[in-house]
Design a protein around this ligand. Structure first.
Ligand code: PEP
Ligand code: MN
Length: 333
């Protein structure tokens, strides 16, 4: 349920209403936007007399929220959420490109790529240190050493770093990481989501391979209900019967997620297509669809990459694409 307050309601009267609602055992999310203040109620709202609340002098209107996701619901928070990562903003008109290799492989590799993506104008550096591979015999990532190398790359380039966490047990290693990524395979690892909800780190939450948008939003809700409101949603392609592509990029997810939620929405065209030459057209389509950012895999030697070699762009290809991203953004905003 949401309670919309009349403009210019005195803070004291607002606080008294919030206190009373909390005494009824409800959680109250207060959104103070530029044009209106909205109280989002969480819990058993059957105890609340909607008519009584509607009749209060300070209340504009009361609406039922049927969706099971609350904290990430646009109705609880009408304005776009803007997430600030070391001064780099994403959401609410702030566009953010995260680029870098699928896996961190060596100091030379990550430094070379970090310099190249920085030069192309990227805003954050991505790189996998813990890799969720389909085969246990494939490269599993440099783990703690990979995180150390990302931190080195940040020192030189100033780019905030994004890297995937697969297990709660590894959390202490991520203390100096800027954005923690939850990969597609862990989107419904609820224990992990709850623990990440107790941190103050921005979380890049990727849609599962076979998950609906509602399920993605419910996973964001796990993080937010545990206290961490800084969640970035990521569409990275889902399994369908498309046979020539690694996945199907569900671009309609972008405007739909924007409608349903106030959280920023990023698109990953690399895992969505699995083919480097498909990445530029799908990147531009994602920008045209209104995404708040992109996550793109870039490698200095894609052919010899230790993971996802078919889908990574060279720094030259990425630089060219970065220029075209700006043109499309200009055209659609
Ligand atoms: C990744 O971004 O490194 C990754 C493994 O992606 P996904 O979880 O979307 O497969
Ligand atoms: Mn990858």
């Amino acid at each position: 349920m949401i309670v919309e307050l009349k403009p210019n309601t005195a803070k004291q009267r607002q606080d008294r209403l919030v206190e009373w609602l909390e005494e009824l055992g409800l959680g109250v999310h207060v959104f103070e936007g530029e044009s209106k203040t909205v109280l989002g109620l969480i819990g058993d709202t059957s105890k609340v007399d909607m008519e009584l609340i509607s009749s209060l002098e300070i209340v504009e209107r009361v609406k039922k929220v049927n969706e099971t996701f609350k904290c990430c619901n646009r109705r609880f928070h009408p304005d776009d959420t803007v997430i600030d990562v070391r001064g780099v903003k994403i959401g609410g008109g702030n566009f953010c490109v995260m680029a870098g290799p699928c896996s961190v492989e060596s100091e030379e590799q990550i430094m070379t790529i970090a310099r190249a993506v920085k030069k192309a104008g990227t805003h954050m550096l991505r790189g996998g240190a813990f890799k969720p591979r389909t085969s246990p015999y494939d490269f599993q990532g440099l783990k703690a050493e990979g995180i150390r190398l990302l931190i080195e790359a940040r020192k030189e380039t100033g780019l905030p770093i994004v890297t995937e966490i697969m297990s709660i047990a590894d959390l202490p290693l991520f203390e100096d990481v800027d954005v923690l990524q939850v990969g597609a395979r862990n989107m419904q690892n609820f224990d992990l989501l709850k623990v990440l909800g107790q941190t103050d780190k921005p979380i890049l939450l990727k849609r599962g391979l076979a998950n609906t948008l509602k399920e993605l939003l419910m996973s964001a809700e796990y993080i937010m209900a545990s206290g961490n409101e800084r969640v970035i949603l990521c569409e990275r392609g889902i399994r369908t019967y498309s046979d020539y592509m690694r996945n199907t990029l569900d671009l309609s997810a972008v405007p739909m997620l924007h409608e349903l939620s106030h959280l920023p929405v990023v698109v990953d065209p690399s895992h969505a297509t699995g083919i480097a030459r498909m990445v530029p057209p799908m990147t531009l389509a994602a920008v045209a669809a209104g995404c708040d950012g992109l996550e793109i895999e870039v490698h200095n030697d894609p052919k010899n990459a230790l993971s996802d070699s078919a889908q990574q762009l060279t720094p030259e290809e990425f630089e060219k694409l970065s220029k075209r991203i700006l043109v499309v953004r200009d055209a659609v905003t």
